[in-house]
Write a protein that binds this ligand. Structure first.
Ligand code: SF4
Length: 482
């Protein structure tokens, strides 16, 4: 049956039954979740963004920490972006955190810091789609708006035996209409939460627990014995695999006990987060990925990439492999231990050497570490000082406000940085800079040119890392401590 046929038939009884028994069940079974203890629209908004793609159990500690650190819309709007990312570290999908902060600024500037009780206004917030808008409006303000996500579509597909593809836009729109019809008058907040709760606890994707289900009696899929084959959903394209070579650069001398990290570009994937430097691996012979590159070829390519980026290090041996999955891409990182070399021996321009020496030495004032008072623990929450952060909402790729002491300076500052020795685009050395060999593909790497830091384990707390690098760095420091 399609959703349209379902709509055209008289199923009023089944609908009334569903709404009534679902609500009753929810009153007795609802979980005590931190964002349910108040009807604070800000809390509900944060929780709904965190819950996208993430399990409730995982979200609870993040939510509590986030609310403790950013208790109001204003506090989130005014925070340095890196503190927001640090609080989000481990949850993944970091654009959610950036959009959230952007939207908090909108709420602060346009609505006096109060989440608006207005459909158009909520829809206009960055990162807020139909589901999140419906959740905020219904849960916080009890407005009869549907909040339809994958869980809700699964429940409705089964209960009403709807065989339309839930990956298709028109199906979602029709589901939203159906969900809106089901909301009992004056009960939008509880009803929408009940529907979400049923999808999370009872009508689960693989093994729906139909026996204790409060709406089993009229569930069409259950009656037809086809509950596990619904919903119908076409498979998304699998993420594209990408092999990369990563450098775990171990410090020597004044950097002993530290490893080198690099900040990602100001826009794009994982913008402004910190990582081990890494580059796409060239295909091995036969067109296969970098994981299968012979060790010598991988070491050679990594050596050239490090030189190209102006990082004074020599790759020595393979350390470990790690994977990071995004919605559209999977990185397989082959991580190589690299040994720091004397920057003076490398073919980078004098200005680059000077910047490196000034910016990367842990002993050189606050350069090479966050600029908070007292060093790594400078800021109350994370030790990150505002001076360390990029200008909020700036189009300029200013990687460090303390440019005078940083290895990486904003383009246009007139001073060559460590990576673009003669101020060339894409962080590539000038043609006359000597023996730095360009890549065969002739393209610079847009990821080169970010700020770099030497950090030890304690200093990890000052930087936001994507999961894979968090795990790699923890493994490394665990290994070092025996
Ligand atoms: S009876 Fe089973 S399939 Fe139907 S809504 Fe309940 S748990 Fe889902």
């Amino acid at each position: 049956m399609t959703i349209h046929e379902q709509q055209s038939e008289t199923q009023q009884e089944a609908k009334l039954f569903f709404s009534r028994f679902l609500l009753e069940w929810y009153q007795g079974q609802k979980r005590d979740l931190p964002w349910r203890r108040h009807r604070n629209p800000y809390y509900i908004w944060i929780s709904e963004i965190m819950l996208q793609q993430t399990r409730v159990d995982t979200v609870i500690p993040y939510f509590n920490r986030f609310i403790e650190r950013f208790p109001t819309v204003e506090s989130l709007a005014d925070a340095p972006e890196e503190e927001v990312l640090k609080c989000w570290e481990g949850l993944g999908y970091y654009s959610r955190a950036r959009n959230l902060q952007h939207a908090a600024k909108q709420v602060k500037e346009q609505y006096g810091g109060q989440v608006p009780n207005d459909r158009d206004a909520v829809f206009g917030l960055k990162g807020v789609g139909p589901y999140t808008a419906g959740a905020i409006l219904s849960i916080a303000f009890n407005r009869p708006e549907p909040a339809v996500d994958g869980n809700v579509m699964r429940v409705l597909s089964r209960y009403f035996l709807i065989e339309d593809d839930i990956a298709k836009g028109p199906t979602r729109v029709a589901m939203e209409r159906l969900a809106a019809e089901l909301i009992p008058e004056g009960e939008a907040s509880h009803f929408n939460q009940a529907l979400m709760e049923l999808g999370a606890l009872v009508c689960t994707p693989k093994s729906p627990r139909c026996l204790p289900c409060p709406v089993m009696e009229h569930c069409a899929a259950r009656l037809a014995g086809c509950e596990t084959s619904l919903p119908v959903k076409t498979k998304a394209k699998p993420p594209r695999p990408e092999e990369r070579l990563a450098a775990l650069v171990e410090g020597r001398g004044e950097h002993a006990g530290r490893v080198l990290i690099r900040q990602r570009p100001v826009s794009g994937l994982l913008a402004r987060m910190w990582e081990l430097p890494h580059w796409p691996a060239p295909p091995a012979e036969g067109g296969r990925g970098g994981a299968l590159l012979p060790e010598a070829a991988a070491l050679d390519r990594l050596r050239r990439s490090l030189r190209q980026a102006g990082i004074p290090a020599r790759p020595e041996e393979h350390w470990m492999a790690a994977e990071h999955t995004f919605s559209h891409i999977v990185w397989t990182l082959q991580v190589y231990r690299c040994r720091e070399e004397d920057v003076r021996a490398l073919p980078v321009a004098a200005e680059g050497r000077a910047a490196y020496a000034a910016g990367q030495s842990p002993g050189a004032g606050d350069a090479g570490r966050p600029a908070g008072a007292g060093g790594p623990q400078g800021s109350a929450a994370t030790g990150i000082s505002g001076a360390e952060l990029p200008a909020a909402d700036s189009d300029a790729p200013a990687l460090n406000a303390d440019a005078g002491s940083s290895a990486a300076l904003a383009p246009g500052s007139g001073t060559p940085d460590l990576f673009s020795a003669a101020g060339t685009p894409n962080g590539r050395p000038a043609a006359d800079s000597g023996s730095i060999e360009p890549f065969a593909d002739g393209n610079g790497n847009p990821e080169d040119g970010g700020a770099v830091r030497w950090i030890n384990r304690e200093e990890m707390a000052n930087y936001a890392f994507p999961n894979v690098f968090l795990k790699l760095l923890n493994s490394y420091f665990d290994e070092q401590n025996g």
